[in-house]
Design a binder for this molecule. Structure first.
Ligand SMILES: *[C@@H]1O[C@H](CO)[C@@H](O)[C@H](O)[C@H]1NC(C)=O
Ligand SMILES: *[C@@H]1O[C@H](CO)[C@@H](O)[C@H](O)[C@H]1NC(C)=O
Length: 453
């Protein structure tokens, strides 16, 4: 039998709607159909691993910057950091696609019948499939082809699934920044390192979940960067959060990231200069050259000892470190709203950023002479403690719980995957309602669908 037994059981269990207390249908509005795809769009991408293979590479090919083969372990969470570690993994963010797929397969309220689905999940491993185009110079000129085969397949195979709602009910995950998939298809010469997936007209109505989004009118929505913490049970999650709450914090502020000084003045440069001066108040964790990517111990211990974690933009505005800091109870310091507030509205309520983070506009630091350490030192200790409490209350919402985690943990509130799926269902419902009501102008309305808490 081709379908692994666990998948088979899950799919069958999920296909049966369970009756609620009053006979209400608990799956109403929440049914997801997982689109069947040929393995070349997902499973095959995980099969090859070696020096010249894509998308995964063995250690000898580290220079290609492809994810190491071992990242595949645990459905994409990667290997555990140590043999005895229970919740910490060497997670490569680019494996979020197979992991998300696995979590969707575990959900209640799946349906085999697309005609009954409220949303259609397309289990395409988009960022992994893009790696040859962005890493292999020989394919540079072909990078506008990324995703074309998928679009052709969806249009050809059971075309009714796609046409039923003109694609508005389809969604998929792209484990990267939307900017890396948004090169205009006609660009000549092709720009290095990015593809045009998000510009394919055939996919224009899909919702893409990316770890960083562009602002409206684009169709993607941001979901948290995955960290290395993936608890499988409520006690494990609680134990970590308690440790973060109790941790003694003798360091005022921490920056974990690349440490090469930029040539032009920018916020990163200002932070590095200030930290060089203020070794009494600032710790820098050197993460240059990907040193931290698969090694959470490098920075988590330091974050546990720090009150504030600085989150300057890099090549793009968001960073994984924001979510590491939230988990460590290290109050994030943002220098622009694009870094998080205008990205993760389904996970972190935008109206409450003042309660769990500090905002220092980057211009005031780079050109206005504002000193970050002085600004943070002036926050009263009681206020710092309040912010830390709030940030740790938010932490479970950005955690990617381990697959197969205990039901008890699911009862503890929604994690990053649950909230992403809720958000996507809300968005799709609004769009399909607009279609049904014959008000297409509403499909693209700039409605703010952020959470309030
Ligand atoms: C996207 O949606 C709009 C409005 O429903 C529709 O006119 C258009 O044909 C759709 N595009 C595709 C590629 O299906
Ligand atoms: C670092 O210290 C020097 C000497 O005290 C001072 O001139 C400079 O402005 C300081 N730079 C920053 C970024 O704090």
């Amino acid at each position: 039998m081709a379908v692994p037994l666990f998948l088979f059981l899950l799919l069958n269990a999920a296909a049966v709607p369970r009756a609620g207390a009053e006979g209400a249908d608990p799956c109403a509005g929440r049914r997801i159909h997982i689109r069947g795809l040929p393995p070349r769009f997902n499973a095959d991408l995980l099969r090859h691993c070696g020096a010249d293979a894509f998308p995964l590479a063995d250690a000898s090919a580290a220079a290609t910057s492809a994810p190491p083969c071992e990242s595949l372990a645990n459905h994409g969470l990667g290997p555990r950091t140590h043999q005895r570690s229970r919740s910490w993994y060497r997670t490569d963010a680019r494996l979020l696609e197979p992991f998300f797929h696995r979590r969707i397969v575990e959900r209640d309220c799946l349906t085999d019948d697309p005609a009954h689905a409220d949303a259609v999940f397309v289990p395409y491993y988009a960022a992994l499939d893009a790696l040859p185009y962005v890493l292999d110079p020989a394919l540079l000129d072909a990078s506008a082809r990324h995703g074309v085969e998928l679009a052709e397949f969806l249009a050809r195979d059971q075309p009714r699934i796609l046409s039923r709602r003109q694609g508005h009910d389809h969604f998929l995950v792209v484990a990267g920044s939307a900017w890396d998939y948004a090169q205009p298809p006609g660009t000549e010469p092709r720009l290095w390192g990015t593809t045009s997936l998000l510009r394919l007209p055939e996919l224009a109505n899909f919702t893409f979940l990316t770890v960083e989004s562009r602002m409206w009118p684009w169709q993607e929505h941001a979901i948290p960067h995955p960290t290395s913490f993936h608890p499988a049970s409520l006690p494990h999650q609680r134990a970590w959060l308690a440790r973060a709450r109790r941790s003694r914090r003798g360091v005022l502020m921490l920056f974990a990231g690349g440490i090469s000084r930029p040539s032009r003045p920018n916020i990163r440069g200002s932070i590095l200069a200030e930290c060089a001066n203020r070794t009494d108040a600032c710790v820098v964790v050197d993460c240059s050259g990907g040193k931290c990517s698969h090694d959470p111990g490098r920075y988590m211990r330091a974050m546990l000892r720090s009150k504030f974690c600085l989150q300057p933009p890099g090549d793009t505005p968001t960073r994984r470190s924001t979510f590491d800091a939230i988990l460590a109870g290290c109050v994030p310091v943002f220098f622009e709203d694009l870094a998080a507030r205008r990205q993760y509205g389904w996970h972190l309520p935008p109206a409450r950023y003042d309660e769990f983070s500090v905002h220092i506009p980057k211009e005031t630091v780079v050109f206005g002479g504002v000193r970050i350490a002085e600004t943070l030192q002036s926050v009263p200790e009681a206020e710092v403690r309040r912010m830390r409490k709030r940030v740790l209350e938010m932490a479970p919402r950005v955690v990617y719980r381990r697959h197969g985690s205990t039901a008890e943990l699911s009862g503890a509130g929604e994690d990053a995957v649950d909230l992403a799926v809720d958000g996507v269902l809300r968005r799709i419902r609004r769009r399909t309602r607009a279609q049904e009501e014959g008000r297409p102008e509403r499909i693209y309305a700039t409605e703010d669908d952020s959470v309030e808490m």
